[in-house]
Design a protein around this ligand. Structure first.
Ligand code: NI
Ligand code: MN
Length: 234
């Protein structure tokens, strides 16, 4: 049962937990995206989370699926992701009621928040890889997941007008700084927060390079570089 204290969460924010993992508070709901909380840069542990409303996983690579199942088992959070990944959660003991599978492009409406799984040009073992647009009253946030650049990012920008875009910039497996700057041009968010860089040497794209490309393009966007554990409030 929810107590009054549970309803008094902080103002809305996006907190970076290293790699592609984020803690988001939107419309008083706590959402974890790609909760690989045992990543080398993580300031938190899976056990730190007792009160979570939603867990979204963009695809089943270990650095995104991460500790999702552990946290689902310890909390009453609902899982949201591509159908096949939701089935995997059910096979691993999460109830059907709590494991909500959808598919790309179909808005999932739940507790006043809309989750729209988006295309991601990447690979995965269970279902297709995705990004996610999370649309609440306070803000619209686009987490691109792992992806290369694709032109339909412009459509995501046009349809959902994200206030905040969380974009991978590390290269090798995803966009690097050069491609991510083009993504900003297509999506046109107000704020962009880089992710999925420098966790390992191979994903070496840096926020400085990214910032330079964004400046070169004279884009009207605020680049917010977070340290693990830091939050951007909205
Ligand atoms: Ni991946
Ligand atoms: Mn990844």
């Amino acid at each position: 049962m929810k107590t009054i204290l549970d309803g008094c969460k902080d103002m809305g924010y996006v907190k970076w937990l290293g790699h592609s993992a984020f803690e988001i508070v939107l419309d008083n709901k706590k959402i974890l995206v790609d909760p690989w909380l045992t990543n080398p840069l993580s300031p938190v542990k899976p056990e730190d989370y007792k009160d979570v409303d939603f867990i979204v996983v963009t695809h089943d690579h270990g650095d995104h699926l991460g500790d999702a199942l552990t946290i689902l088992k310890r909390t009453n959070a609902k899982f949201i992701g591509i159908y096949e990944l939701a089935q995997y959660m059910i096979e691993n003991g999460i109830s059907e009621e709590r494991s909500i599978g959808g598919n790309i492009g179909g808005p999932i409406k739940i507790n006043g928040i809309k989750f729209i799984l988006t295309q991601a040009t990447h690979s995965s073992n269970r279902g297709a890889p995705t990004g996610v647009v999370i649309k609440g009253e306070e803000a619209t946030i686009y987490h691109a997941g792992d992806t290369g650049l694709f032109y339909d990012m412009a459509l995501i920008g046009e349809l959902y007008k994200p206030d905040i875009a969380l974009l991978p910039i590390g290269g090798h497996f995803t966009m690097g700084p050069y491609e991510a700057a083009k993504a900003v041009e297509l999506i046109k968010p107000k704020v962009v927060i880089p992710m999925h860089y420098k966790t390992f040497p191979v994903i070496g794209g840096s926020p400085e390079e990214f910032l330079n490309y964004v400046k070169e393009k004279k884009l009207d966007v605020k680049v917010v570089v977070l340290k693990p554990g830091e939050k951007y409030e909205f």
